[in-house]
Design a protein around this ligand. Structure first.
Ligand code: ADP
Length: 636
């Protein structure tokens, strides 16, 4: 037997406990929901383990049904929750109840600070929803109790562990006795304080009210004395019209471990040869771990109301990993294993329906209420974009769900469909143009856009780093090609206008051929071609790529990621504005003396300007500054 040990909570956990106790004024009663939720999860886990582990199954054959038993001692002012679920080992107790949302703790405190600084008046609300996102459910016990004792025994193990804390910085862990596996949480209740949102939990009616309100659907019986308090009715089996929005919201909070109501609730039902039902939720905001590669997502999978998998990834594509909810099918086997699931045609069939349901619903929201859709887009648009690369079957639907910043409107986002609708019939425009870059402000001033602005063509602004990868997938929409303003040759206008412009460009190209060659020889290490531009109206030069070239930003992104650092540098094309005063000056210098050394400086400066204008870094800033200074002195 090992002795009792005192542990110190990880510092962020201490901070959080303090917040829990002192700054959460509303809804203190939700502590009961959190503890019941943990007990219910523990019972689910045990059932799942016995389904797949025969040895454990026979070891636990006690004949006792799973249940969550509540017990009150009025004189001692204690409320106790017993569950005969999976329980915890000593090590698990220390890991699970000594740190908060392990991976996310630091991020949690950072965000909390941020939220408090940005809107001090809404700090409590911000704290509450953050706590929800980071899953610190167990600690909510300290909102109602000033001392919490946990006695737990892991199923399949012979000894129990006792954990105790007053929430003031330390907790103790010691060996203990328990009758069989499961967990008992005893709350030494604080004095009731209704004014600050804490009712008297030694009263049966309070317990009954709170269980009914938040945990009615829990599939395990929750008992108090002789009474079972919850209906245990699986919410997804009830007729939709009979379930209130609040009931759905509470269920969502249970499955998603969220404290906020969902953004959207969706139901799905299939009858016939293969039956299943689904209840799906789109959260109001992204969880903090949405981009953690190691985090597992997925829907809960039930077979006839028995939970067989907590996070079934086979039911959701990666790009919809933010969707929460349950799928229940009586036709799947209870003993289904992950390997079988992966190859099950029926699971693939459900997944397909789920995807369709989610995408169609989003499309409907987008059509009916753009403002509301914008909220979804701001929260999950980035994840949804991933779908274009992976879900080719739904590419068209996904394209319709995309929103972009655009030169057409300074604030509102636009869809591709709206872009196409704005193309005037006589313009002859058969391409959707976009620009990628750091920010709208940089893109708006980019020389690449000059001709588009002059002609009144709309350009989409793609500023999200993932957009650099997205553009490949976006090859076409509604029969119109999507093209970067920074790639290929640009010809705008009607067929006749295009021909005339190309004719004029060729003329200029010819007239400047030797000068262009001279510039090319100076910049050979950096550019693969120097040519007269049809993009520029006011700037002297810009850099563009061939149709298949990477954008400079994508090149930088790839180089910044490991493994691509030694990727050969991509040479670009320097386009010059032959009508610009700089070019004309260069031309007269060149004609006076083809060997004029100043021409080389000019060429380097043109190249540097073109880099700066598109927001790219200069390879040699000091050299550039020196050349500018030199030129200024000479000009004076
Ligand atoms: P969350 O439930 O969001 O993970 P909690 O702080 O509520 O966060 O619980 C932390 C962890 O402690 C749980 O994930 C679980 O592993 C463990 N735990 C809590 N309550 C129980 C219980 N009644 N039985 C078994 N394990 C539990």
């Amino acid at each position: 037997m090992s002795a009792a040990e005192t542990h110190v909570f990880k510092s962020e956990a201490r901070e959080l406990l303090d917040l829990m106790i002192h700054s959460l004024y509303s809804h203190k009663e939700i502590f009961l929901r959190e503890l019941i939720s943990n007990a219910s999860d523990a019972l689910d886990k045990l059932r799942y383990e016995t389904l797949t582990d025969d040895a454990l199954k026979s070891a636990l054959a006690t004949g006792k049904e799973g249940a969550i038993r509540l017990e009150v001692e009025k004189d001692a002012r204690t409320l106790t929750l017993h569950d005969n679920g999976i329980g915890m080992t000593r090590a698990e107790v220390i890991a699970n109840l000594g740190t908060i949302a392990r991976s996310g703790t630091r991020e949690f405190t950072a965000r909390l600070k941020e939220a408090k600084e940005s809107r001090p008046e809404g700090a409590d609300q911000a704290t509450e929803s953050l706590i929800g996102q980071f899953g610190v459910g167990f600690y909510s016990a300290f909102m109602a109790a000033d001392r919490v004792v946990v006695v737990t025994q892991r199923a399949g193990e012979g000894s129990a562990t006792r954990w105790e804390s007053t929430g003031d910085g330390t907790f103790t862990v010691a060996d203990a006795e328990r009758e069989g596996h499961g967990t008992t949480v005893t709350l030494h209740l604080r004095a009731a304080d209704p004014e600050n949102g804490l009712s008297d939990f030694t009263q049966d009616y309070e317990i009954r009210r709170v269980v009914k309100k938040y945990s009615d659907f829990v599939t395990w019986p929750i008992t108090l004395g002789e009474n079972t308090l919850n209906s245990q009715k699986a919410i997804w089996t009830r007729t939709q019209s009979e379930v209130t929005a609040e009931e759905y919201a509470e269920f969502y909070k249970h499955v998603a471990h969220d404290w906020e109501a969902p953004y959207e609730t969706l139901t799905l039902k299939a009858e016939g040869t293969f039956e299943y039902q689904a209840l799906l939720f789109i959260p109001s905001r992204p969880p903090f771990d949405l981009y953690y590669r190691e985090q597992k997502f997925g829907l809960q999978l039930y077979v006839n109301r028995v939970l067989i998998m907590e996070r079934c990834e086979e039911l959701l594509p990666d790009y919809l990993r933010f969707v929460k909810g349950v799928v229940d099918s009586p036709d799947l086997s209870l003993n289904v294993s992950r390997e079988i699931l992966q190859n099950d045609r029926r699971v693939a069939q459900i997944k397909k329906r789920v995807v369709k349901k989610v995408l169609d619903s989003l499309d409907k929201i987008k059509t009916d209420d753009r403002e509301r859709y914008r909220k979804f887009w701001d929260a999950f648009g980035k994840v949804l974009k991933e779908g274009l690369a992976s879900d080719h079957d739904n590419a068209e639907k996904l394209k319709d769900l995309l929103l972009f910043q655009s030169s057409a409107d300074a604030t509102a986002l636009t869809s591709l469909k709206e872009y196409v609708e704005r193309i005037s019939a006589e313009s002859g425009q058969d391409t959707i143009y976009f620009a990628t870059g750091e920010s709208r402000a940089v893109l708006e001033k980019s020389p690449h856009l000059e001709a588009f602005r002059a002609k009144g063509y709309e350009v989409l602004y793609l500023t999200d780093p993932v957009d650099e990868l997205l553009t490949d997938q976006l090859a076409e929409y509604d029969g119109k090609k999507l093209q970067s303003v920074g790639k290929g040759e640009v010809e705008l206008g009607t067929e006749t206008e295009k021909l005339a412009a190309e004719e004029a460009r060729k003329e200029k190209q010819k007239a400047n051929a030797s000068l262009l060659e001279r510039i090319q020889s100076v910049l050979d290490a950096d550019v693969k071609e120097v040519r007269v531009s049809s993009r520029l109206t006011t700037s002297a030069a810009c850099l563009v790529g061939d149709e298949d070239d990477m954008s400079p930003r994508l090149e930088r992104l790839l180089k910044a990621t490991q493994g691509a650092a030694d990727m050969p540098r991509q040479k670009r094309i320097l386009e010059v504005n032959a009508d610009h005063a700089i070019l004309q000056k260069m031309k007269s210098r060149f004609e006076a003396s083809a060997e004029d050394a100043t021409l080389a400086d000019y060429a380097h400066l043109l190249y540097g300007q073109a880099l700066l204008a598109e927001g790219s870094p200069l390879p040699d800033p000091a050299g550039f500054a020196g050349m500018v200074a030199d030129l200024m002195v000479r000009a004076g």
